[in-house]
Design a protein around this ligand. Sequence first.
Ligand code: SAH
Length: 230
Amino acid sequence: MAKPTADERDGPGERAEANRENSRMEFLLTLKRRGIGDRAVLRAMDEVPRDRFVEPAFTDSAYVDQALPIACGQTISQPYVVAYMTEQLGLRPQHKVLEIGTGSGYQAAVLSRLVREVVSIERYRTLADRAKETLASLGYDNVTVIAGDGFAGAPDRAPFDRIIVTAAAEQPPPALLEQLATDGVMLIPLGPQNGPQNIVRLTKSLTGTVRETLIPVRFVPLLPGRALEL
Ligand code: SAH
């Protein structure tokens, strides 16, 4: 009698698990192929289960390199962009990082594996609450999620060694530049809402702020004020 194949032997649960393992290996290879070289960043991308941050309907696509819709008409960023921005921040274990635009909490989770403390602000309470739950369920306890207006930052927690904005603005919000430590780095997608946007790196020093344009991207807009409805 022929031996059962792996597919016949394993139940649907095991098959789904095996598929997920395969796609997670593929996921890391894609990031490396696209140029992510920092080992600590790759380790963090490997460690954080993106399937826990996407909507249940998209679990099967969690390890495909694409942005996906989340609640409140927002998106969880493309994994490559998350890895790229994380790498370009130049993180150190002792850093305190501010993120604007918590969304699903995925970027915050990746950051939390690499630094001492992450503060993340989201204008939709629904998203902030869900992200809090997801992060807590994974035991990522060095992240504080705040429902509030990212344009104002978190002055009571400043200064921040690194700031990452994950929604696009026309200009860097002045309050965020103020809350950036000397020698601090801020990454922000700049550009019009429906036009060309680029990730810009701002490096603050005693003599001024150096501005570098990195890669072209497409982000949802950074909207003024806290969302009242949700
Ligand atoms: N970093 C997220 C993706 C964020 S999408 C992730 O990993 O899933 C951008 C997010 O920025 C959206 O959730 C949007 O609601 C939020 N946002 C837009 N304007 C904001 C503001 N002024 N303050 C805080 N969050 C804002």
